[in-house]
Design a protein around this ligand. Structure first.
Ligand SMILES: Cc1ncc(COP(=O)(O)O)c(C=O)c1O
Length: 311
């Protein structure tokens, strides 16, 4: 089955979906994108799309920042996504990549008076970070972009140069992932993940004003920690040195799931092993995203109708 895309108002094989080389978004990073997971539940022969509505609400927010006309309502984007996934017919975990972008084939740096378009790609994604073993991180020499430069609360393609600089620097120095500080020196996030620490038994995570992307996995983990584990969760600015003193640390993200951080700047986190709270949250999260926890089924959109399943 070839990968499919929704492009220029129709479903087509990904290989046929092409843009012109003058496309504004390609030159100036004027687009916002999403990453949405579809998680395969083998028992139910069903693909559950995780918090798809929240992802499209975030696309709409990004579009407001970039003056992009999203063309479709959140509900219409959800419907198109389910149709595309059904058409693609995967029986394994999938990754959905929507993109709202400045499609005008025009030179000139601006946001106004340019055509926009919206596309969706569905594909698979190999393990992004090692969620079983945990990851070794460094504090990046690159700082997170500030809201006054490019707002990090929008998932804006141009911002990802900041992330890519940090990620490659970390990998080339032998680490798995980078932790970026914001402009005032507080911990912001990973190159493509939010970060949590366990401090004195409480969960702490940078707040919305620390130049983070307001992660949907972050929100899910906060709710699971409070409601299922009875943990106190504090959203506040975090000092760099707290990374070295945390009992546990982990990343959250659509691509990264819940990934333990076992080392920061060549110091073990806690005793260097995956912590108890991290393990427990990982277990809860993996159950939830596969549609295996009835209490959180409202976060999971089944992609396959009974008709398709019966084929
Ligand atoms: C910079 C950044 N921070 C955090 C996240 C995590 O966000 P979410 O959990 O919504 O995928 C992502 C990934 O989307 C990201 O790119």
């Amino acid at each position: 089955m070839p990968p499919y895309a929704y492009f220029r108002k129709q479903f087509m094989p990904l290989a046929e979906a092409k843009i012109g080389i003058l496309t504004h978004a390609l030159h100036y990073g004027t687009a916002c994108f999403e990453g949405i997971r579809g998680n395969w539940n083998d028992e139910q022969k069903q693909l559950f799309l995780f918090r798809v509505k929240d992802h499209y609400e975030r696309v709409h927010k990004g579009c407001r920042i970039l003056k992009i006309d999203p063309h479709y309502s959140v509900e219409e984007m959800m419907e198109l996504t389910v149709k595309l996934v059904e058409k693609s017919g995967y029986h394994e975990d999938i990754y959905i990549r929507p993109l709202a972008y400045k499609s005008a084939e025009a030179i000139g740096v601006k946001l106004h008076d340019l055509e926009d378009d919206f596309l969706i790609i569905v594909t698979t994604l190999p393990a992004y970070l090692d969620a079983d073993k945990g990851v070794r991180c460094c504090t990046s020499s690159w700082r997170r972009v500030d809201d006054t430069m490019i707002p990090a609360r929008g998932k804006i393609t141009g911002i990802y140069v900041n992330s890519a600089l940090a990620k490659t620097e970390a990998n080339e120095m032998g680490f798995d992932e980078a932790i970026l500080l914001n402009h005032d020196g507080h911990v912001s996030e990973g190159s493509g993940e939010n970060i949590f620490l366990v401090r004195d038994g409480k969960l702490v995570t940078p707040s919305g004003s620390d130049n983070i992307l307001m992660g949907i996995t972050r929100d899910a983990v906060i709710q699971l920690a409070r409601n299922e584990l009875g943990l106190e969760v504090v959203e506040r600015s975090i000092d760099r040195s707290e990374l070295y003193l945390a009992e546990e640390a982990f990343f959250t993200g659509t691509a990264a799931h819940v990934t333990p951080i076992v080392e920061v700047d060549r110091r073990d986190v806690g005793n260097g092993e995956i912590g108890k709270i991290t393990k427990e949250l990982q277990r809860l999260y993996f159950d939830v995203i596969k549609g295996q926890n009835p209490k959180y089924l409202h976060w999971c959109t089944p992609a396959y109708s009974k008709l398709v399943q019966a084929k």
